[in-house]
Design a protein around this ligand. Sequence first.
Ligand SMILES: Nc1nc2[nH]cnc2c(=O)[nH]1
Length: 410
Amino acid sequence: MTIIYGTIVHTPIKGQLEVLLNALLLPGDTKVHYLSDFQFIIPGLIDTHIHAPQYPFTGTCTDLPLTEWLNKYTFPCEGKFEDTEWAKTVYNALVRRLLRNGTTTAVYFASIHLEATQILADTTLALGQRSLVGLVSMDRNAPDKYVDTTETAIAKAEKFIQYCLQKQQPTRLIPVITPRFIPTCTIPLLEQLGGLAKKYNVPVQSHISESKDEVAFVHALHPDVESDTTLFDDCGLLTNRSIMAHGVHLSDKDVQTMAQRGSGVAVCPLSNAYFANGLFSATRFFQQHQLKMGLGTDVAGGYSPSMMNSMRQAVISSSFWQDPALQVDWKTALYMATLGGADMIGLGDVIGSFAESKQLDALMIDLRTPNSPIDLLWDESIELLVEKFINVGDDRCIIDVIVGGKFVTP
Ligand SMILES: Nc1nc2[nH]cnc2c(=O)[nH]1
């Protein structure tokens, strides 16, 4: 058996995977695939930023700048999740699709609705996906039908945290404090959410310095505030459990502050291409500040619910940096989609790589599965097999999905 980078297991000898899995599986799990020369396992993929109620319009509506896109498409679509039957239909389809694509852990933004957000949490538990779920908080700059008062936003955020905590699944279902972004939250709301994050010791997520229109909006609302980072920090929302999406317009000083607090960035290369007016300097911020980072799909600002696409886009978009030292290669992209993401979301001791002390979240890959998009293999070295899978494979090559040692293949 060969182990590369501590994350990829390739065993060309039939039966070895069975030994490996049987050592880690819970009693009762008997379904095991043998590995042949073109099969290997990698850790489950972690989507660190996805908007569950935006799934219905994925693949459309990316023709407007961020703030116009929110008003025209996003808020009306999210508003429909008052209807709990609709929430069940959409969330069931989404969680199955993500598992099919190899996403064993997802960090979700839901909507402002308590019941629908509880349905999302229940759906992930029922289908076996690990999740961090946030009820979205906003008390201004959103349509009258889709906004809370400060009081109702806080009451719902707290109720949702308690709902998740009483399930007592600390590595399976984690509630997340979720101020949507600074323009839709008053300072009292941000401060009280910071208080809840501290009271319950739960993670925080939001959008930070995403696009030029967002940065301008924040400046118009808070002319005396230096940046999103300063304001989040002042409100107690930059902690060692904060997952901030995008960050394309963070300054070096902002990144330094985030790194000092132990906060991380969910890098979403596909949606950044549409909204962000720039590129995230992943390699530079990692090298200079050891900033924590994961990858996200940002459905529906990103058109694909597949982390394989996010990995590809991370590589492709970084090639626009002239300096090769700033580019992201496929190994770095895979790291960000697995162990990097796990560290950022506070589950680095639990998932993200294969280690005896960790739980087994894994994808079993077969490049020669029927209907595989891969016809020819040039070389059989494990590095080339994995690179090929990341660049041209798709969900047909993922023959099994394992979370916590149990098969959850949809
Ligand atoms: N990409 C993205 N950015 C946001 N900023 C505030 N809300 C959103 C959202 O739904 N998607």
